[in-house]
Design a protein around this ligand. Sequence first.
Ligand SMILES: CC(C)(COP(=O)(O)OP(=O)(O)OC[C@H]1O[C@@H](n2cnc3c(N)ncnc32)[C@H](O)[C@@H]1OP(=O)(O)O)[C@@H](O)C(=O)NCCC(=O)NCCS
Length: 191
Amino acid sequence: MSSALCYNILLHCIYIYIYISNNMILFIHNVISKNPTFQELAVYENMSDQVKISHEELERDGFCQNPFFECLIAEVPEEHKSKEGFTIVGYAFYFYTYSTWKGRSQYLEDLYVMPEFRGNGIGKALLSKVTEVGKNKGCVRLQLSVLNWNTPSLDFYAAKGAQDLTVSEGWHFIRFDGKHLDDLAKGAPKN
Ligand SMILES: CC(C)(COP(=O)(O)OP(=O)(O)OC[C@H]1O[C@@H](n2cnc3c(N)ncnc32)[C@H](O)[C@@H]1OP(=O)(O)O)[C@@H](O)C(=O)NCCC(=O)NCCS
């Protein structure tokens, strides 16, 4: 786990207490904490080599006047900490987008729950909280992407009522980066 990806910064603290099946109390609040890191989800997705972001960049982009992202963290009480001693056991990382057809929207970049805490309602609680935050800001939809082999997560979202737009509407997920992005920007008309 990269030490560059350790966070310990408190955003506006919104504490929510959710009682789940085994009486574990979940504290979901807006923090970025040091674990689990984004690296953990990237490892799950077999893309750990693609995590290039630094602590400084995340701090700069999440804690500026107009933050580029928001993050909700699921924390369990000390007595339910993970085998490795972590109390932060999951997170949802999202930001706002806009649809010219529908208006205010959210994009869920990451949803992650540590393996030993899965199946306790934490993922659903995080997802519900993200949508509640969005609804309160007038968002009319939440979008996200999932790798095609990740059937547990595709099933998880489908069970919550999500549409698979690749299947229903044929959308492809397109990205520019690196040299191609640089080349495009260099080709911009100058005043
Ligand atoms: C996807 C993930 C966040 C779900 O978190 P979780 O805490 O295990 O899920 P929950 O316990 O909250 O499940 C809530 C509900 O979804 C259902 N569910 C969970 N996994 C499911 C699956 N694979 N298929 C169908 N339903 C599923 C549960 O049965 C439960 O249903 P209920 O509300 O009717 O009781 C978690 O498995 C995870 O971190 N996966 C690895 C990372 C990942 O792939 N993230 C998504 C891509 S960004």
